[in-house]
Design a binder for this molecule. Structure first.
Ligand code: SAM
Ligand code: SF4
Length: 336
C-alpha cells in the first residue's frame, strides 16, 4: 500500500485514530442511548462492507493507526467478520497498529475467537451493572447472563477486556465498589463514563441521571490510595491506580474536563458521515465521493478537506442552569 501525506488538522493535531460505526442497529435499547421504538436507517443508506473497507483503508493510507469498530452494536451487522478479516491485512502490513471494537458483549460468545484470529487484542465491553434485573431495566432488551458468558468467551480467546460503565445517579452508584472488585477478580480494566447530553433529552432527563465522576473519584479516594497516571490516549480518558489492588481505573469526563487539545480522532457514521468532533454538528459526507467513482481520489480529497475543518473543541457544558451544546444525534449514530 502506498502511504500518502498524514492527516494534520489546523491545530497541528495528527489524526491517527478513526472510530467507525458499522450499523445503527442494536439488540439492546439502553435507556440513555436509544428510544425503545427506534426507527433505523434504510439499509441502502448504510455503507456496504466493501465501502467500509475502502474508507478505512484510505484512512490507514493517510496515517490512521488505530481503528475502533462500534455502532449501534457492531457485532449485529451482517457479515461483519468479513470486514474484520479484511482489516487484518493492514495489521499484517504494520500500517495499522490496533484493530479493536466497542461492544455490548451479547454476541461475544459467538465471535470472540474469530475476533482474536483477526488480530483483535483488546476490546471494550459496556456493562453498567451486575444485577440481572437492573441490567434488564437499563438495556430494556438485554440479558446479563448472555453478556457475562460473552465476556468469559473473550477472556478465554485471549482478548483483553476493558469494562465501560456509564455512571448513572441512583442507578449504579451503590455498585461502584462491587463492580470494581468484580473487574479486579476477572482482571478486567474498568472505565467510568459520564453520561452525555446526547439524543433527545425530552424523554429521559439525562440531567437527572448525571453522576459526576468527581464524586465517584472522591468515593474511591475515601477507601483507597489513588495515584494519578500520566497515561493519556489522546482522548477524554484519565486514569488512576488503586495502590491497594494495583487496579487501573479510567474516567471519561467529556463534560467536566476539556481534553480537546490532544484530540487525535475522528468518527465515521454508518452512512459515511465523518464527524470531526463529537460535540459539533459539522460533518463531511464521504458516501457521495465513495459512490461517485471506483477510484479513491475523490474520497481522499474529501477526507483531507474535512480534516482541514476539524474544530478546536466542543461546547458541552453542564455547569450552567441547563445543558448547552447539547447534540441532537444519538450515540448509536456517531458511535460512542
Ligand atoms: N453497542 C456498543 C456498546 O454498547 O458498547 C457500542 C456502541 S455504544 C453507543 C458505545 C458506548 O456509548 C457504550 O459504552 C455506551 O454505554 C455509551 N453511551 C451511549 N449513550 C451514552 C450517553 N448518553 N452518555 C454516555 N455514554 C453513552
Ligand atoms: Fe445498543 Fe450500545 Fe446503545 Fe446500548 S449503548 S443501546 S448496547 S448501541
Amino acid at each position: 500500500m502506498t502511504h500518502t501525506a498524514p492527516l494534520i488538522d489546523p491545530f497541528a493535531r495528527a489524526i491517527s485514530y478513526l472510530r467507525v460505526s458499522v450499523t445503527d442497529r442494536c439488540d439492546f435499547r439502553c435507556v440513555y442511548c436509544m428510544a425503545e421504538n427506534m426507527t433505523f436507517l434504510p439499509k441502502a443508506d448504510l455503507l456496504s462492507l466493501e465501502e467500509l473497507d475502502r474508507v478505512c483503508s484510505a484512512f490507514v493510507r493517510m496515517g490512521v493507526e488505530k481503528l475502533r469498530i462500534t455502532g449501534g452494536e457492531p457485532l449485529v451487522r451482517k457479515g461483519i467478520m468479513t470486514f474484520f478479516r479484511a482489516m487484518q491485512r493492514h495489521l499484517n502490513s504494520g500500517a495499522l497498529k490496533e484493530l479493536t471494537l466497542t461492544t455490548n458483549g451479547s454476541q461475544l460468545g459467538k465471535y470472540a475467537s474469530e475476533l482474536a484470529e483477526c488480530g483483535v487484542r483488546r476490546i471494550n465491553v459496556s456493562l453498567d451493572t451486575l444485577d440481572p434485573q437492573k441490567f434488564a431495566d437499563i438495556t430494556r432488551w438485554g440479558r446479563l447472563p448472555q453478556v457475562l458468558e460473552g465476556i468469559a468467551a473473550a477472556k478465554a480467546a485471549g482478548l483483553r477486556v476493558k469494562i465501560n460503565a456509564v455512571a448513572l445517579r441512583g442507578f449504579n452508584e451503590a455498585e461502584q465498589f462491587s463492580l470494581t472488585e468484580w473487574c479486579a477478580r476477572h482482571d478486567h480494566d474498568l472505565t467510568w463514563i459520564e453520561v452525555m447530553p446526547m439524543g433527545d433529552l425530552g424523554n429521559e432527563d439525562r440531567l437527572d441521571q448525571y453522576w459526576s465522576l468527581k464524586d465517584l473519584r472522591a468515593r474511591y479516594a475515601e477507601r483507597f490510595t489513588l495515584t494519578d497516571l500520566a497515561e493519556r490516549s489522546g482522548g477524554p480518558a484519565r486514569y488512576v491506580r488503586i495502590e491497594e489492588t494495583g487496579q487501573k481505573i479510567g474516567f471519561i469526563t467529556p463534560l467536566t474536563h476539556n481534553f480537546c487539545e490532544s484530540c487525535n480522532r475522528v468518527r465515521l457514521t454508518c452512512t459515511g458521515e465523518l464527524y470531526m468532533c463529537l460535540g459539533q454538528e459539522d460533518m463531511a459526507d464521504l458516501r457521495a465521493p465513495l459512490r461517485a467513482e471506483a477510484s479513491d481520489t475523490a474520497l481522499e480529497q474529501a477526507i483531507r478537506n474535512a480534516i482541514a475543518r476539524k474544530p478546536k473543541g466542543h461546547d458541552f457544558d453542564y455547569s450552567r442552569s441547563g445543558v448547552v451544546g447539547q447534540m441532537t444525534r444519538h450515540m448509536s449514530h456517531t458511535g460512542g
